[in-house]
Design a binder for this molecule. Sequence first.
Ligand code: GSF
Length: 202
Amino acid sequence: MKLVTSLTSPYGRKVRVVLAEKKIPFQLLVENPWAPDSAVSTYNPLGKVPVLVLEGGVSVFDSRVIVEYLDHASPVSNLIPAEHKSRMAVRGIEALSDGVTDAAVALFLERKRPADKQSEDWLVLQEKTLFRGLEALAEALGENTYFLGNGMSLGDIACGCTLGYLDLRFPEIEWRTAHPNLAKLFDKLMARTSFKETVPVV
Ligand code: GSF
């Protein structure tokens, strides 16, 4: 199978970490979705990365559907619990993390526009979402080692990719000082080969 993604995409990183943790071999196809000649829309009509292209050519997107597919594809390192309540908890943390990432991506793109075209109201709205989402993640983690139980799940992976994206695009945001428990989780994740090998590259 092929994974179409950019090397900065936090959603793409989530999928790459899952592939590495589950030891699933794949071919990496690096694509910039914003390039005028980007081939991404030939894999995904929405023109977004990541896209997983299965043997036979079927495209799977977005990242939440891809990770669901991958967790079923191999029994190695189960990342989404089967039991309903735990499953909802893990997917809820993933949704929260992805939501923070969505706000961060929206902020980053808005700030790239010419200053006179940027909407201050939009920037403030996204910033509020970002900081509220971080608070909620920190509260959900509390003093626990991982979001659910004693082992790493998809929730932790999604949160780690969000925090890594903040470091990449918003190094001025001091989330470690505000939320030392998230910093502790991030350090633990960054000790893993799957996270080390997928640090975003500009
Ligand atoms: C988000 C993908 C996305 O926005 C997912 O896969 O989880 N909910 C989707 N990808 C961005 C690149 S990045 O910021 O990761 C993308 O492909 N944007 C292209 C565009 O035209 O919006």
